[in-house]
Ligand binder design. Structure first.
Ligand code: HEM
Length: 474
């Protein structure tokens, strides 16, 4: 790597900008639209691996595929920790180790991931996949009826409907429960989940400068309250009923049953762990709803992409039925559009933390060092892609039209902390995008603007103009 040539490895210290007192180099992250663009700019000065102090936190940023693989795969067990941000504690009942994504690696995490795997990573030929498919078909029938209630030919806020559809697919699949879109408590829970998803996707100075906390007091209380309200909803509207009908002598009906049964069998699991795990996974629906919104924004900003997807939908369904998951294989352009959206949105990989004194590329990395994985560079770097700024789904298609993903494309990360929800993401985002585009032409007033380096859009975001498609459109 260039960093290798630039530095004397004998010194074993990693190059990087000189920190200022108190704030370290925090100010350098504000020089670009996203901190990850700033990391890329700094890597041109200091090499593909560089160190940076943010507040008093020692951080290392890795910027190329080899270094990223070393952190996530080869030395994955040395980098299994997560940052100790106060916000993360606030979101998870005062202890971030309650969260699957924000906890440090532990035996408990291994158990939690393994319970989740069957349900959250259904394989294509499994019974679980058939269930996901059926849940998707049922909800898409409801979704269409809800869309029909929306005004057409004028800007309209479709995010709540998209999120409600995602939430219902999750609660139906994981808890065998779904809700009416008019249910006020459900609407509120979906909104709070979305607020939290937006929140998690923001970076705050207070993460690195905890003494700023008094200024953020009101904000932190708001976050804790969202989490409390969600907990209340899940307990009263999902868990209570589930528990009263649980039959320990039968196989689990769903993920909720599996979790409740596990509680009886595993002395290391307690009630809090179970509830937080369920909340975490139900919360995954917000990520998908937001990804759908970003995908739709890309589509309206590139009308030729929408036309091609509609052509694919019409060919496969012959205009006689709704799309379903088993159509996915025959709709590579649509799938490629979702990959291209994930590439351009370039959602950050949650920072990792060194859990012991270790090395990267021969350089010493002390226990507790925060590691930023610069996937923005992997997703948008000139050395990895032709015309990386262009939105071009075809880049994920072979000459014969099959979907292919290059090895450096890791939107869900890789290694032992890789995203557990990635299969559900692919299934449910495909269903919502295709169902919507089969029924409607979409437009916006102006450009639907999204934030680089972010797969989230604000809870109140851009609106779409829906025009029902007619027979002539098909
Ligand atoms: C737009 C959709 C999504 C994207 C782009 C995404 C991406 C990611 C990324 C980059 C990570 C960090 C991996 C690492 O630190 O190395 C992650 C972790 C995680 N994701 Fe996702 N994700 C998405 C949706 C979901 C959904 C729907 C679920 C749940 C059903 C989910 C569950 C998780 C969990 C539990 C972790 C933490 C794993 C761990 O730390 O051990 N994700 N995701």
């Amino acid at each position: 790597t260039s960093s290798r040539q630039n530095k004397s490895k004998l010194s074993s210290t990693i190059n990087g900008p000189k920190p200022w007192p108190v704030i370290g180099s925090l100010h350098l992250l504000g020089t670009h639209e996203t901190p990850f663009q700033a990391f890329t700019a700094l890597s041109k000065l200091y090499g593909d691996i560089f160190s940076i102090n943010l507040g008093s936190s020692r951080c290392v940023v890795v910027n190329n595929l080899d270094l990223i693989r070393e952190v996530l795969i080869t030395k994955g067990s040395d980098f299994g920790g997560r940052p100790d941000f106060l916000r993360f504690h606030k979101l998870f009942g005062g202890d971030r180790n309650n969260s699957l994504a924000l906890c440090d690696w532990s035996a408990l995490q291994k158990t939690r991931r393994s319970i989740a795997r069957t349900y959250c990573s259904p394989r294509f030929t499994s019974l679980q996949y058939d269930t996901v498919s059926q849940v998707g078909i049922d909800e898409m029938n409801v979704f269409i009826k809800e869309l029909q209630k929306l005004p057409t030919e004028q800007p309209c806020d479709i995010k709540p409907v998209v999120l409600a559809a995602c939430a219902n697919m999750f609660t139906q699949y994981m808890c065998s429960t779904s809700f009416s879109y008019d249910d006020r408590e459900f609407q509120k829970a979906v909104r709070f989940f979305d607020e939290i998803f937006w929140e998690i996707n923001q970076g705050y100075a207070v993460d690195f400068l905890p003494w700023l906390l008094p200024i953020y007091k009101g904000h932190m209380e708001k976050i804790s309250n969202w989490a409390k309200e969600i907990r209340q909803f899940i307990l009263s509207r999902i868990i209570d009923k589930h528990r009263s009908t649980l039959d320990y002598n039968s196989p689990p009906r769903d993920f909720t049953d599996a979790l409740l049964m596990h509680l009886e069998e595993d002395p290391n699991m307690n009630w809090e762990h179970i509830i937080f795990e369920l909340e975490d996974f139900i919360g995954g629906h917000s990520a998908i709803g937001n990804l759908v919104m970003v995908t739709l924004a890309s589509i309206v900003n590139h009308p030729e992409v929408g036309n091609r997807i509609q052509k694919e939908i019409d060919t496969v369904t012959r205009g006689t039925r709704l799309p379903n998951l088993f159509d996915k294989a025959a709709m590579p352009y649509t799938e490629a559009t979702i990959w291209e959206t994930l590439r351009k949105a370039s959602s950050p990989i949650v920072p990792h933390v060194a859990s012991c004194d270790t090395e990267i590329d021969g350089f010493t990395v002390e226990k507790g060092t925060l590691i930023f994985i610069n996937n923005y560079e992997l997703n948008l770097g000139e050395q990895y892609w032709v015309d990386p700024e262009e939105f071009r789904p075809e880049r994920f298609l072979t000459a014969s039209g099959n979907v292919v993903k290059p090895a450096h494309f890791i939107p869900f990360s890789t290694g032992k902390r890789t995203c557990i929800g990635q299969r559900l993401v692919q299934c449910f985002s495909f269903l919502i995008v295709t169902t919507l585009l089969q029924q409607y032409n979409l437009a916006t007033n102006g450009v639907a603007k999204t934030k680089p380096g972010c797969v989230a859009v604000p809870p109140d975001c851009f609106k779409f103009i829906l025009t029902p498609r007619t027979k002539d459109d098909h």
